[in-house]
Design a protein around this ligand. Structure first.
Ligand code: ATP
Length: 390
């Protein structure tokens, strides 16, 4: 049975947090020790929240821009609820902190400044990534969209971060454009990977099988309850590359079932209109990742050596040209046209809030808008529904 997403139809009851004390097995996938002191003085004594500056929001967390009073420096404060659906999730948050600490040495991962705790929340004070999510440029209009040169540079940086994580046995498990931030929007800055809330340790000879991630980006093995590995992230990198290059989401269906079916059947066409104008090299890059067999997928290190990401421009590649924005087919059969309009999901960037805008619109679209709107929806991750460690 194909799993359904979390928002409306949870497939089975959402279990306790993974850090729950009755599960010794799940502990092996979570880090439990941190070195950052947990401060208990009132956060508001030391930081001012910038009014109206909510940077993002998930199901159990809200991220707000703040300024440290002592230094005047800007940070992003992530307020995480400790109790979720009646369960104590503090140990999960400790794991998130521990992974951020472990990744301090990587400039590609957001850095952690301080941690605060109240009766109901933990507050992670993070480096502020002023450029926001790369998502915005993935779906932007032609002038603001990434060039292929941009995508290559940013993809190299993402892979550098992922190599670091994988070398340290961390799988992120929620790599998507909403979790890749930029230090600066214009001129385009460097990337910072955020949100280690679903990350897990994969080492110690134990197999980890969980359902988690965000529907459009989850790998087939997650849908099949098969073991999770660093290759699971590499699938998401393949999807990410596709989204960054085309502005469309390769497996997204009209509903979650269709999305999951598309993923489990690897229902992807590399001759789609979105890919017209791309050279063979980026397509070959995506093909090396979007493979059903995790072991057949390229590793992050191998990706860094892929010809597409080498500094020399490849033949036929327009480094500084905007990526092609697909032109909608001119002569759709009537039935097809009606159907495509019915399922159109318009991304209205201006009204995009918190990574979870989901707006169906079919009126007043310019051809370009129609093209970039194709098949995009925003989903929250479906949290771990079940975890089995063998
Ligand atoms: N350090 C930061 N600087 C700027 N913006 C940030 C920062 N950290 C997070 N954000 C914004 O807040 C959003 C939510 O953050 P994050 O993904 O860590 O929270 P979450 O609740 O775990 O989200 P999700 O439910 O999507 O997993 C991010 O997508 C991003 O837009």
């Amino acid at each position: 049975m194909i799993p359904e997403g979390p928002r409306n139809n949870e497939m089975r009851s959402r279990p306790q947090c993974h850090g729950r004390t009755d599960s010794t097995q799940s502990h092996s996938a979570l880090l439990s020790e941190i070195r950052t002191p947990i401060k208990t003085e009132p956060f508001s004594d030391l930081y001012s929240l910038i009014p109206g500056k909510e940077l993002g929001r998930g199901k159990f967390a809200v991220v707000k821009k703040c300024v440290e009073k002592r230094t005047g420096r800007e940070y992003a404060a992530k307020f995480l609820r400790k109790r979720r659906k009646g369960q104590d999730c503090r140990l999960e948050i400790i794991h998130e902190i521990a992974v951020l600490e472990l990744a301090t040495a990587s400039p590609r991962v957001i850095s952690l400044h301080q941690v605060y705790e109240t009766a109901s929340e933990m507050i992670l004070v993070l480096e502020y990534a002023a450029g926001g999510e790369i998502f915005n440029q993935c779906v932007a209009e032609r002038d603001e969209a990434f060039t292929e040169g941009d995508v290559k540079r940013l993809m190299r940086q993402i892979l550098e971060g992922v190599v670091f994580l994988h070398d340290n046995s961390v799988v992120h498990l929620d790599l998507k454009p909403q979790n890749i931030l930029l230090t600066r929007e214009s001129p385009l800055g460097d990337i910072k990977i955020v949100d280690f809330g679903l990350s897990r340790m994969v080492s110690g000879g134990q197999e980890l099988r969980e359902i988690m991630g965000t529907p459009e980006y989850v790998a087939p093995e997650i849908l099949n309850y098969e073991p999770i590995s660093t290759a699971t992230d590499m699938w998401s990198i393949g999807v990410l590359a596709y989204v960054m290059l085309t502005g469309t989401s390769p497996f997204l269906g009209d509903d979650k079932q269709e999305t999951f079916l598309n993923i489990s059947q690897i229902n992807i066409s590399y001759t789609e209109e979105e890919l017209v104008g791309l050279g063979a090299s980026p397509i070959n890059f995506m093909k090396s990742l979007l493979l059903k067999d995790p072991q057949a997928r390229a590793s992050a290190k191998e990706c860094l050596n892929h010809p597409w990401l080498q500094l020399q421009p490849q033949e036929g590649e327009g480094l500084e040209k905007p990526l092609p924005i697909p032109v909608p087919p001119l002569s759709l059969e009537k039935g097809e046209e009606e159907e495509s309009l019915e399922t159109e999901e318009l991304i209205v960037v201006a009204s995009y809030t918190l990574g979870q805008c989901r707006q169906s619109e079919k009126e007043n679209l310019t051809p370009d808008q129609k093209a970039i709107s194709k098949r995009f929806k925003f989903e929250e991750p479906f949290g771990p529904l079940q975890e089995i460690i063998y």
